[in-house]
Design a protein around this ligand. Structure first.
Ligand SMILES: [Zn+2]
Length: 210
């Protein structure tokens, strides 16, 4: 049986709960596939599916997708290490890392796999300068995630990173709400469960008359 046939019948794009408002947080949230209690990233294809769903698959990825087995296993290994380090940092309150932590090393290692070069570019009747990405290895497909994580760290303590209010939910998000009081990964799932729970509690206490 091919992998496609044996894979859970969850559409690639719908498999990832892209509720984090920041690519690095959406990536950290892949520990659970949407609507399923399973890891959404188990293969290189899962990584590429995630980047595609998030609109962050670099243009050169197709060229690199046929890379050898060593490069592919390195990509999966480094992606999962980055996620572990990212979640450890988030779980510890997203404080500015004190030194060369696993997270910093992991991010910088991935950023180093992606180089850019300045090139002359036709602009109207003249020429302009443009930065063009030159991925050195398959690992460079993770660069957008690493850049996003680096931006969160550089933002420091002011970054409004929050965890979903449901203690059983692993989702993190960057709170872009006007009031800055977003509590749930999604109103449809965790927010709604909380509303139903509080309704049932009030009813059992006799505060709600049907
Ligand atoms: Zn949640």
């Amino acid at each position: 049986m091919s992998r496609a046939e044996s894979a859970p019948a969850v559409e690639a794009a719908g498999r990832f709960a892209l509720i984090g408002n920041r690519l690095a947080l959406d990536f950290a949230n892949t520990v659970h596939a949407r609507r399923q209690n399973v890891d959404a990233i188990r293969t290189v294809e899962d990584i590429l599916d995630f980047l595609k769903a998030a609109g962050a698959l670099p243009g050169q990825a197709g060229k690199l997708a046929g890379s050898d087995r060593t490069a592919r296993s390195e990509l999966l290994d480094r992606a999962l290490r980055l996620r572990v380090a990212l979640r450890a940092w988030l779980d510890a309150g997203a404080e500015p890392p004190g030194g060369q932590t696993n997270l910093i090393r992991s991010i910088n290692g991935i950023l180093a796999a992606n180089t850019t070069a300045v090139t002359l570019w036709r602009e109207g009747k003249g020429w302009g300068l443009k930065q063009v990405a030159h991925p050195r290895s398959l690992l460079a497909v993770l660069a957008p995630v690493a850049v996003s994580a680096a931006e969160l760290i550089a933002e420091g303590r002011d970054a409004p990173i929050r965890k979903c209010g449901n203690p059983n939910c692993p989702m993190y998000f960057y709170d872009t709400s006007r009031t800055g009081k977003r509590r749930w990964c999604s109103m449809k799932s965790c927010g709604n469960h909380a509303k139903v729970r509080s309704f049932l509690k009030r009813r059992s206490e006799g505060h709600v008359i049907l």
